[in-house]
Design a protein around this ligand. Structure first.
Ligand SMILES: Cc1cc2nc3c(=O)[nH]c(=O)nc-3n(C[C@H](O)[C@H](O)[C@H](O)COP(=O)(O)OP(=O)(O)OC[C@H]3O[C@@H](n4cnc5c(N)ncnc54)[C@H](O)[C@@H]3O)c2cc1C
Length: 296
């Protein structure tokens, strides 16, 4: 199934975009999880059109119901990778979806993994992208920091380069689908809590809180969910700090790929996310119409 518009994220940015793409007759899929920042807001009273305050959850539920009524399809899943060939391939823990255009509406990137000296070794043994840097660690001892499907996916990406891959969960319990659990037999798993990273100029290992140590040449960070920053590194999307760089049409530097809402880092508010989602939809509609005209 080839979707015209695939929207990653079901917060206000993604849902607003979906309202417009479906009403322009684009086959629209929203892939998201119930992790919108808005779920933390008890009381919204600065969003246009409501006489009384309402909770973030009420606003989200109304947006999702509106989209479903209009015919938008929804999948509850985590996107762990995006690839671009002729079309976009959006890889989730449960399935792979293809689309002509993609919107990143994934909200604010998560806080960095809480490990001492992580930033000091960035680019010197610490990497956030197996696709970009896996090759540099051929036949070396490497680790992936994480505990979710995304971390297992990243560990699997390293196997063609080296058989010596360990998943370091930093004391977190594994949170995996059945499929990821099957994949675990290809790596070692270490669930000790990490005290700090070791090394002088470059990363040389890990020190754990129980006093034990392990030598290591590379550590790939995939802590928590895959975020806009992970996708940016893999696809070569231009960033501004930790935000996706967009122009005034919500276009990224990758043709067919758009971003809206908190992941763009522009005034993180519902009204802005909704407006950016609408702006992005307009470009997606035009891009899909151009693609369809070109092949007919
Ligand atoms: C406590 C709090 C109070 C707030 N109060 C207000 C307020 O009063 N007024 C106001 O205007 N704004 C408020 N905000 C800000 C508002 O919530 C955000 O600006 C808004 O939710 C941004 O929308 P978004 O669609 O960009 O991202 P989000 O709403 O955060 O949605 C992101 C979506 O992406 C999904 N996602 C992320 N990564 C993946 C992945 N890898 N795979 C699949 N899905 C993924 C998430 O599950 C979620 O569905 C508040 C925020 C907080 C935290």
């Amino acid at each position: 199934m080839l979707y015209d518009a695939l929207i990653i994220g079901k917060g206000p940015a993604g849902l607003s975009c979906a309202v417009y793409t479906i009403r322009a007759n684009l086959k629209t899929l929203v892939v998201g999880q119930n992790k919108s920042a808005l779920l933390k807001a008890d009381r919204i009273e600065n969003y246009y059109g409501f006489k009384e305050p309402l909770s973030g959850r009420e606003l989200l539920d109304a947006g999702e119901s509106q989209c479903r009524r209009l015919g938008v399809e929804f999948v509850e899943d985590e996107v762990i990778d995006i690839q671009k060939e002729d079309h976009f391939k959006v890889i989730c823990t449960g399935a792979v979806y293809e689309a002509r255009t993609v919107l990143l509406a994934t909200g604010s990137p998560p806080v960095k993994a809480p490990i001492k000296r992580l930033e000091q070794f960035e680019g010197k043994g610490i990497s956030y992208c197996t696709t970009c840097d896996g090759f540099f660690y051929r036949n070396k001892k490497v680790g992936v920091l994480g505990f979710t499907d995304y971390a297992v996916h990243e560990a699997a990406e390293l196997i063609p380069f080296t058989r010596d891959v360990t998943l370091y969960t930093n004391g977190m319990p594994l949170d995996l689908t059945e499929k990821s659990q099957q994949m675990l037999k290809s790596f070692k798993v270490n669930s000790s809590k990490i005290k700090e990273l070791a090394g002088d100029d470059v990363l040389s290992g890990l020190t754990f809180e129980d006093g034990s140590t392990e030598s290591l040449q590379g550590l790939f960070v995939a802590f928590g969910s895959a975020s806009s920053t992970s996708f940016a590194l893999k696809l070569g999307i231009a960033m501004e700090g930790r935000s996706i760089k967009v122009n005034d049409k919500m276009e990224t530097n990758i043709p067919g790929l758009y971003a809206a809402g908190d992941c763009t880092g522009i005034f993180k508010q519902v009204s802005v996310a909704v407006g950016q989602g609408a702006l992005a939809s307009r470009q997606m509609v035009e891009a899909v119409r151009r693609m369809k005209t070109a092949v007919s």
